[in-house]
Design a binder for this molecule. Structure first.
Ligand SMILES: C[S@@+](CC[C@H](N)C(=O)[O-])C[C@H]1O[C@@H](n2cnc3c(N)ncnc32)[C@H](O)[C@@H]1O
Length: 370
């Protein structure tokens, strides 16, 4: 079986969770974690399967060429003599170009040179007209120059993978699906009993839907590789096998915004989620069974909150820990508030991770009841 080099793009700070997910669901021949990604060697079938199963990566690239280049004539020649017929499905692809520590560093001129060479290629070897007949979207190629070494990659995903097409209704500050997936995965890791997942401020319910579909392969949208010549004639097989389902049985979401909950409820009716309208900072959360809790409260940045934001968040946190007492508690907050949440009474810290959520430095804490 022929192996190809792929690169999974991962939000910095989530690489270890993405690697764990990869090894859990579809281990490749080999994998190397780097900052912001994972390099992999695997088959074409693996790549198709990974698109359906992996929930943490942002996108998957195929590394298609790598060469040293220090001047424009050489770049032109390299592009002119590259075997495009295997990869190109659209005559006018998009180019994402970045350069570091390289003689060629004018991204505009690099793009111009590549496009000029590609125009010549297409005169000599015209593309099949499928892209016109079937309305294919343009592909995206990534050109990265580092130390005069050019790496050419093809984006296989198209829309970023956190666009699942699972639900369209979103609250005001929804979490990206891949971040929600990574955090619920971390929260539930190594659980050894059945639990119900609760989000006391669920908004669009992203944590809940991601938790309940984490082990379900999804193909509710198209992926860029489906139109590429190297995939022609192949169909994307939906794997029915749902690996180790985890120990989540149900999920319950609370929110103060009743209108939003009604819309979200309609859209997620196929999943075992109960939604309830309440002020979770005041009303105790009663669940028939052991619960774990995950919460991404309003920070007071995009969503306004009453009073001083520190006071509201500290009070809410204390109430969840002292009154509701979940078995595990995952809490996502801006990093500049870390000091407020240092000593949860009756809990030990399981993990603490930092990353950027929409440009804001945040911390995700996980505590476990003692
Ligand atoms: C940052 S959003 C959560 C977003 C959610 N994780 C998602 O992906 O859509 C915070 C949510 O907390 C809700 N909220 C604010 N105060 C609340 C309270 N006292 N009780 C329950 N929900 C509250 C807001 O209505 C909002 O939907």
């Amino acid at each position: 079986m022929e192996l190809h080099p792929y690169f999974l793009i991962i939000l910095p700070g989530l690489e270890d969770l993405a690697h764990q997910e990869l090894m859990d669901k579809c281990p490749p021949t080999n994998a190397r974690v780097t900052k912001g990604g994972i390099e992999i060697n695997a088959s074409l079938d693996w790549m198709a399967e990974a698109h359906l199963k992996l929930k943490i990566p942002t996108r998957i690239l195929l590394r298609i060429s790598e060469f040293k280049v220090r001047d424009f004539p050489k770049l032109y020649q390299k592009i002119l003599h590259f075997n495009w017929t295997k990869f190109l499905s659209h005559p006018d692809p998009l180019w994402e170009i970045s350069c570091t520590k390289s003689r060629l560093n004018h991204t505009g001129r690099i793009k111009e040179t590549i496009k000029k060479a590609l125009t010549q290629v297409l005169i000599k070897q015209p593309l099949s007209k499928d892209w016109e007949k079937k309305n294919y979207p343009p592909q995206t190629f990534y050109v990265r120059l580092n130390d005069d070494l050019l790496t050419l990659s093809l984006d296989l995903s198209g829309d970023p993978l956190y666009k699942r097409n699972l639900q369209s209704v979103k609250g005001e500050a929804p979490l990206r699906e891949n971040i929600a997936a990574a955090l619920v995965y971390e929260l539930t890791y190594h659980l050894n009993q059945e639990v119900i997942l609760v989000d006391p401020m669920c908004g669009s319910g992203t944590f809940l839907t991601e938790a309940l579909t984490f082990y379900t392969p999804l193909h509710l949208r198209t992926f860029a590789f489906e139109t590429a010549p190297f995939f022609k004639g192949k169909t994307l097989k939906m794997t029915k096998t749902i690996e180790a389902q985890g120990l989540l049985t149900d999920a319950v979401g609370f929110d103060i915004n009743e209108e939003l909950l009604l819309k979200v409820k309609k859209e997620t009716s196929g999943l075992p989620i109960t939604f309830q309208n309440q002020d979770s900072t005041l009303t105790p959360i009663k669940i028939p069974g052991e619960m774990i809790m995950i919460c991404n409260p309003p920070y007071g940045e995009r969503l306004k909150i009453e009073g001083k934001r520190g006071t509201f968040l500290k009070e809410a946190w204390k109430k969840f820990i002292e009154v509701d007492r979940p078995l595990r508690f995952g809490w996502l907050l801006p990093k500049d508030m870390d000091d407020l949440f240092l000593h949860p009474k009756g809990y030990k810290q399981v993990s603490k991770r930092s990353f950027r959520n929409g440009g804001l430095a945040v911390t995700f804490w996980v505590w476990e009841r003692l």
